[in-house]
Design a protein around this ligand. Structure first.
Ligand code: HEC
Ligand code: HEC
Length: 284
């Protein structure tokens, strides 16, 4: 059937390998679609920005632009947030923590801030980086976990100092202290160990009970939570070379930059709330 039909239609005179090029008109649906696409094109040019000119472009009757739509959406979002932000500025950290809605808002507001300023060191959830940056989402604090302590840390930064004991003490004494630290962390320190600890002057910073001292950031040595690693070798290294000791090769380093100059008081308050709420906030 197709063959008879084909034979009736005149061809263009072209033939390749027995295939003739016919002069059939395009189907009706195709013509309609073709014309419609022109109509659509003209309508689009009239309505929307479309043709690029030398320094400008045709604007279309609606004046719509994707950029303006985005700006409007941002402005609408800001308008929703503005009253919350104004309210947050007037509230103290304690008041915000007591108000579930404002607390939620503060936490979502600081997602980007914490991500930009803090997460590179402390991790996106405050999980820290072993030996390098302390965990913020636990209740073990070097410098204290009250709202005031956390604010002070963020505003001024922190640099923990511990002297290097290599040279001051001999190998055997340093070894004995490392054993003491390992033992005290598991609750099994001997009296001889405590004596060595006190005699070496460790208690001056870490306290007579070895539970640390938030004023100098001296770690709690009894809790089995480690800032610079949990092995005896890690402990030896800290005792020998200290922490943040200029010019001492092998010294542990840990510097928390201060953000007092870089962030507004309101942002610091909201970040304090975020860190406090990560799980380990203290009330006194
Ligand atoms: C360049 C890396 C770095 C950045 C960025 C940083 N921190 Fe720290 N942060 C540290 C280090 C290192 C310490 C520990 C200091 C020490 O060991 O003496 C620390 C300590 C802290 C502590 C004290 C923890 C404790 O146990 O007492 C808090 C709280 C804290 N940072 C919060 C923040 C917040 C909030 C931000 C973002 C505004 C931030 N940090 C940004 C490196 C950083
Ligand atoms: C001048 C104060 C100071 C003295 C003295 C001192 N420390 Fe420290 N020590 C610190 C501070 C501060 C840190 C925590 C530093 C940080 O995280 O930035 C620390 C950390 C440590 C750590 C690491 C704990 C961990 O969780 O990884 C050990 C171990 C330690 N000290 C043992 C000792 C011993 C043993 C002595 C005595 C020989 C001693 N320290 C003397 C201030 C001191």
């Amino acid at each position: 059937m197709a063959e008879t039909n084909q034979n009736k239609v005149p061809d263009t005179g072209h033939e390749w390998d027995g295939i003739r090029e016919l002069t059939n008109p395009p189907p009706r649906w195709w013509n309609i679609a073709f014309i419609m696409s022109f109509v659509w094109l003209v309508a689009y040019i009239i309505i929307y920005p479309s043709i690029p000119l030398v320094n400008d472009y045709t604007k279309g009757v609606t004046g719509w632009t994707a950029l303006q739509e985005y700006k409007d959406a941002v402005a609408a979002n800001d308008a929703i947030r503005a009253p919350y932000i104004a309210k947050l500025e007037k509230m103290s950290a304690e008041e915000i923590l007591g108000d579930q809605e404002m607390k939620n808002f503060a936490n979502s507001y600081t997602n980007a801030l914490f991500g930009d300023r803090c997460a590179s060191c402390h991790g996106s959830n405050g999980q820290g980086v072993e030996k390098m940056f302390p965990v913020l989402n636990d209740d073990d604090w070097l410098y204290g976990g009250t709202l005031q302590d956390i604010t002070d840390t963020i505003v001024d930064g922190r640099v923990g100092f511990m002297s290097a004991f290599q040279g001051q003490l001999d190998e055997a004494e340093i070894g004995q202290l490392a054993d003491f630290v390992m033992n005290v962390s598991s609750g099994s320190a001997t009296q001889a160990g405590w004596d060595a600890y006190n005699n070496a002057g460790c208690s001056g910073c870490h306290g007579e009970d070895a539970k640390g001292n938030k004023w100098v950031g001296a770690a709690n040595l009894t809790d089995g939570i480690w800032r610079f690693g949990s092995s005896r070798d890690d402990v030896l290294k800290t005792i020998k070379f200290g922490v943040n000791q200029d010019g001492v090769k092998g010294t542990q380093s840990g510097v928390m930059p201060g953000f007092g100059e870089m962030l507004s008081a309101n942002d610091i308050k909201l970040l304090t709330i975020r860190v406090w709420s990560l799980g380990g906030g203290q009330t006194e």
